[in-house]
Write a protein that binds this ligand. Structure first.
Ligand code: NDP
Length: 302
């Protein structure tokens, strides 16, 4: 039986529609629009394309955005100074700052990301935001992890008491997603808001022994590795929800970490690549930017 394909694009459009209304309310109240500043270093075609789609999405919901470009030869110190100057407002108002990854190999990415003040960290990568998430009181949740959770909630895929297996333990995807899915659901929340929490989580990585045995136990299987089609049908429990975060370029095409053709014959639900998690990552970035502007406004700094 073929799996239900979870359409990330249409969900992202619905999220944008509600964000557009919230942005208008914000703009009427504070007399300016939320503003996102994106730092783009070097000339990687993939990075330029991601930044373009983020800027276009911001424009669609009424969020102002600016791309600040730096050459591939920029040093760590220069990039830290650039981020600090943006945070001080020297390049116009910034409610949110995003540093497009990856940075060139010679750059200390952690130092550059840490230069983004936690209140402007709409990617949710700063240690303060990671710490808040780990304590169950999230502020800015990393966008891809938030997007996966939103997809599960929207599809009404039950997580409470179920086994979620995440392949990939990066700070930007696997680890925050493990924290989100294993978090205790607020006791006051009613379904579907209760979905997306209270799962039992197994977090796998390159040293995990017998990966297929682990993935076959998953009610919800998330692949966030960066290896084209590595999750095959034999690794999936019949009826499982399979979420493919991977984005790999193979022969000029985008391919996920999941072998869609074979896995869609076994899974209950599956996300496509492209058109699955990717659009939700962008939608969650917009939501975080609006939240950053709102928090700033609430604190009287608007
Ligand atoms: P990283 O390279 O930072 O992390 C990859 C993870 O996969 C690591 O934890 C690594 O293990 C693990 N891994 C590598 N090989 C294996 C293996 N053979 N078996 C099990 N685990 C393995 O990647 P990211 O988290 O940044 O990204 C993952 C993928 O998601 C990429 O394709 C990326 O392009 C995509 N992505 C998509 C986004 C979207 O919006 N859809 C957003 C962000 C990323 P170890 O820790 O041991 O090295």
């Amino acid at each position: 039986m073929a799996a239900t394909v979870l359409d990330g694009r249409s969900l992202a459009t619905r999220i944008e529609d509600s964000l557009r209304a919230e942005v208008e309310t914000f703009a009427a109240m504070f007399r300016h629009r939320p503003r996102l500043v994106v730092v783009l270093v070097g000339d990687l075609a993939a990075s330029a394309s991601y930044v373009k789609s983020k800027s276009a999405a911001a424009a669609r919901v009424g969020i102002d955005s600016e791309v600040v470009a730096a050459p591939a030869t920029a040093t760590t110190a220069e990039l830290v100074a650039l981020v600090e100057s943006i945070a001080r407002g020297e390049r116009g108002r910034a409610d949110g700052i995003l540093v497009q990854l990856p940075l060139p190999d010679h750059v200390d990415s952690v130092a550059v990301l840490d230069a983004v003040p936690p209140q402007l960290d709409v990617d949710g990568f700063h240690p303060e935001n990671a710490g808040l998430l780990s304590q169950g009181r999230p502020r800015f949740v990393p966008c891809t992890a938030a997007g996966v959770q939103r997809l599960l909630i929207d599809a009404e895929i039950e997580t409470a008491g179920r086994h979620a297996v995440i392949v990939g333990r990066s700070d930007i995807v696997g680890k925050p997603l493990a924290l989100l899915l294993s978090a205790k659901a607020p006791s006051t929340a009613a379904p579907p808001a209760r979905h997306g929490c209270d799962a039992t989580v197994t977090l796998c990585h390159s040293r995990s022994a017998d990966l297929a045995t682990l993935t076959r136990q998953a009610d919800i299987l998330v692949a966030a590795v960066g290896r084209p089609k590595m999750i095959t049908a034999e690794m999936v429990k019949p009826g499982a929800a399979v979420i493919d975060v991977g984005i790999n370029r193979v022969d000029g095409r985008l391919v996920g970490d999941v072998d869609f053709e074979s896995v869609s014959q076994v899974a209950g639900q599956i996300t496509p690549v492209p058109g699955g998690v990717g659009p939700l990552t962008v939608a969650m970035l917009l939501a975080n930017t609006l939240l950053a502007a709102e928090l700033r406004g609430r604190n009287g700094h608007a």
